[in-house]
Design a protein around this ligand. Structure first.
Ligand code: ADP
Ligand code: ADP
Length: 222
C-alpha cells in the first residue's frame, strides 16, 4: 500500500470551503512537497493527513489502513508509531531533556531506542546536546529537535510543516537530506509543506495547492 493516501478530502469552515475534494498518494520511499499561497489550505490538509482533525468528507489512509473513522484515542496511538509530525509550534516539553523529548513518540509506540535518538540528534547537528533542556536552545535548535523526534519511532510516514523554516542554509540542507535519506533507507513516505524552493528541490515531486485544490501548473503568483 501507499505510505499515505487521501481520498477526496473536503473541509469547510462555515461557508468557506478550505479543501475541495483533494486526493493524493505518497508511496513508501517517496518525498513529496506541497506548496501554495497563504490561505490555500495547506495547514488544513496537514491536520487531516496527520489525523489531528477528521475530514467532513473523504478518507485518510496510513499504510493501507483507513484512520479517519477510528476512535480518536486509537488514532492517536497509531499516529505515535506510524506518523512523524513536524509542525510549526514544536511542542517540546520544557522540563524534559532534549533526548527525552526525542524519545516521546517511541515510548508511546512501546519502543525506546536511545541509540537511534542519539544518531538522529547527531544527524541534525545536535550531537552532545542530549542532556540540554529545551529552554536553553535557539529556535532553530528546537526545530531540529522536533525533526529528530518525528523520526525517532521509525514512522512509515513523515508530515512536516515548513521543517526548515527557522534554519540557516547549512542546517536546512542537513534536515532536507535527512528526510530524503529516511525515505530512501527506511522506505518512509515523506510529505512536507514549504515556501522554500531549496527545500522543494529535494522532493521527488511537488504538488501546488490553490484555493483548496491541486493545480497542474505553478500559479504565476508564486
Ligand atoms: P494555509 O495553511 O495554506 O495558509 P489554511 O488551511 O490555514 O491554509 O486555511 C485555508 C482557509 O481556511 C483560509 O481561508 C483560512 O482563513 C480558513 N481557515 C483555516 N482555519 C480556519 C478556522 N479554524 N476557522 C475558520 N476558517 C479557517
Ligand atoms: P498553525 O496552524 O498555527 O501553524 P500548527 O499547525 O503547528 O499551528 O498546530 C495547530 C494544532 O495542531 C495545535 O494547536 C495542536 O493541537 C496540533 N498539533 C500540532 N503539532 C502537534 C503534535 N506534534 N502533536 C499533537 N498535536 C499537534
Amino acid at each position: 500500500p501507499a505510505a499515505l493516501e487521501a481520498r477526496s478530502l473536503t473541509q469547510r469552515y462555515g461557508s468557506l470551503t478550505a479543501l475541495r475534494g483533494v486526493s493524493l498518494r505518497v508511496e513508501a520511499g517517496e518525498v513529496v512537497a506541497v506548496t501554495g499561497p497563504s490561505g490555500s489550505g495547506k495547514s488544513t490538509l496537514l491536520h487531516l493527513l496527520g489525523g489531528l482533525d477528521v475530514p467532513q468528507e473523504g478518507e485518510v489512509w496510513w499504510a493501507g489502513t483507513r484512520v479517519d473513522t477510528l476512535d480518536t484515542q486509537v488514532r492517536a496511538t497509531r499516529r505515535a508509531g506510524q506518523v512523524g509530525l513536524v509542525f510549526q509550534h514544536h511542542y517540546l516539553l520544557d522540563d524534559l531533556t532534549v533526548i527525552e523529548n526525542v524519545l516521546i513518540p517511541s515510548r508511546l509506540a512501546g519502543q525506546r531506542d536511545e541509540a537511534r535518538a542519539r544518531d538522529l540528534l547527531a544527524r541534525v547537528g545536535l550531537g552532545g546536546r542530549e542532556a540540554a533542556l529545551p529552554g536553553v536552545l535557539s529556535g532553530g535548535e528546537r526545530q531540529r529537535v522536533a525533526v529528530a523526534r518525528a523520526l525517532a519511532a521509525r514512522p512509515a510516514t513523515v508530515l512536516a510543516d515548513e521543517p526548515t523554516g527557522s534554519l540557516d542554509r547549512a542546517n536546512a540542507q542537513a534536515v532536507a537530506q535527512l528526510l530524503v535519506n529516511l525515505a530512501r533507507e527506511e522506505r518512509a513516505g515523506v510529505l512536507f509543506v514549504t515556501h522554500d524552493d531549496r527545500l522543494a528541490a529535494f522532493a521527488d515531486r511537488t504538488l501546488h495547492l490553490l484555493d483548496g485544490q491541486f493545480t497542474e501548473s505553478v500559479p504565476a503568483l508564486l
